[in-house]
Design a binder for this molecule. Structure first.
Ligand code: C6P
Length: 407
């Protein structure tokens, strides 16, 4: 990969921050957007703006065609067996809540179990916790090993014949681990449960095949894979979707309405009530095109090198604790750490003064922080457009922050 050419595709990477070049290492929170995505959104508003699925005039047909073409693109991107299995939401959070509010509401009974893991983001925990409370179901948690990976013995213990839903992140937004989705899906299915996968931190970093994973539902956000905010995706197995009553009602999702009765539109329109985020979907399409042109082989090679530099660099500091696996081979592009005696917010603020953007906090995974026995951590996360110079600047800035606080 020609890294300087790729960086030139992302105008914001050329920004100065606090008098220093921006070193953006908060990619797990949201990725930066290439010019191609920014252009696709403005092209849509400049030339193609109309509402979708409604107008009979040419402009509306053009907008509809573009919107629906992205559905095909998403289906191909995640290897969905058919386009009808893909529908657009606002975000991963929205997608996961949708599953809880439809499949969960319509299938769970008192005494049933929902199983999550100890590394879940709040978006893949709170909707299930609230559902369990509404249904008098039990929420169970698969524990982690000492290196932050899923404890398989715990998975086998927690998933039982009473389990109806297993909800798990494909990749952790804190520990940088990838969960064994295929194996978990097999276990869940053996017990008659479905598996709901939170793909928010996976889709930008590895090829996803929902059929190989055997995921019943797979959720992700556009903004974490170079696309705009405000658009998300939910994939569901068609046979499951066909059993579900929509969570929202109104325009777009109907085929016939009388005072007494409504016939719903076919799937997937049935699950997209109201005017969708058309420009967001079109921006997401441009993001997928960009990623496909680059190819995951090149993306993964670059991200592995950057992760190795980041992780190994952090491990050279004797007073830095890295959470999750300490080996690059097991590590995704997200590294959470703390520095002895310096508050994570002070570390992040010090880094910001050197133009380095990282996240400090609980990373929307407070129960995981309890497991790690820390209130918060610092987190650096890379994307293929980061350079070796970015990581070197980050490590040098961290050394300077340490010297400032430890003098
Ligand atoms: N994590 C982070 O800094 P939304 O906000 O709906 O696009 O994505 C939610 C979400 C769900 N699951 C995982 C594993 C995630 O990492 C996120 C978002 C960001 O870690 C923002 S909190």
């Amino acid at each position: 990969m020609n890294i300087s050419e790729r960086r030139a595709d992302f105008p914001i990477l050329n920004t100065q921050m606090n008098g220093e070049p921006l070193t953006y290492l908060d990619n797990a929170a949201t990725t930066q957007k290439p010019q191609a995505v920014i252009d696709a959104i403005s092209q849509y508003y400049l030339h193609d703006n109309a509402n979708v699925h409604r107008g009979v005039y040419s402009l509306a047909a053009r907008a509809t065609d573009q919107y629906e073409a992205v559905r095909d693109q998403v289906a191909a991107f995640i290897h969905a067996p058919q386009r009808e299995s893909v529908f657009f939401t606002r975000s991963t959070t929205d997608s996961l809540n949708w599953v809880a509010q439809t499949y969960g509401e319509q299938n769970l009974q008192a005494g049933d179990e929902i199983v999550v893991t100890a590394l879940e983001h709040h978006s893949n925990l709170v909707p299930w916790q609230q559902l369990a409370q509404r249904k008098q179901a039990q929420l169970k948690v698969i524990q982690l090993t000492s290196t932050g990976e899923l404890d398989w013995a715990s998975a086998q213990q927690q998933i039982t014949d009473r389990t109806k839903i297993v909800a798990v992140a494909h990749c952790s937004n804190v520990l940088g681990v990838t969960c064994p989705i295929q194996k978990l899906a097999r276990l869940a299915h053996q017990h008659g449960a479905i598996i709901v996968v939170d793909g928010a931190q996976a889709v930008a970093h590895q090829p996803v095949n929902v059929q190989t994973l055997d995921a019943d539902f797979y959720a992700f956000s556009g903004h974490k894979l170079l696309g705009p905010t405000g658009v998300g995706v939910l994939y569901g197995k068609l046979a499951l979707l066909q059993t579900l009553t929509p969570a929202q009602f109104g325009g777009e999702m109907i085929s016939n309405v009388t005072w007494e009765h409504t016939e719903f539109a076919p799937i997937p329109q049935r699950f997209e009530a109201g005017t969708p985020n058309i420009s967001g979907v079109i921006g997401l399409g441009a993001a997928l095109t960009y990623i496909q042109q680059l190819g995951f082989a090149a993306i993964q090679t670059q991200e592995r090198q950057l992760t190795a530099q980041l992780l190994n660099g952090l491990l050279t500091f004797p007073d830095v604790t890295v959470y999750g696996p300490q080996q690059v081979a097991q590590h995704g592009p997200v590294v959470a750490f703390n520095v002895d005696g310096i508050h994570p917010h002070d570390v992040a603020t010090g880094l910001d003064l050197a133009g380095v953007a990282v996240r400090a906090g609980h990373h929307c995974a407070q129960p995981l922080m309890q497991v790690l026995q820390v209130p918060t951590t610092v987190r650096a996360s890379v994307q293929f457009y980061n350079s070796a110079a970015d990581i070197a600047r980050f490590l040098a800035a961290l050394q300077a922050v340490k010297e400032f606080f430890q003098q």
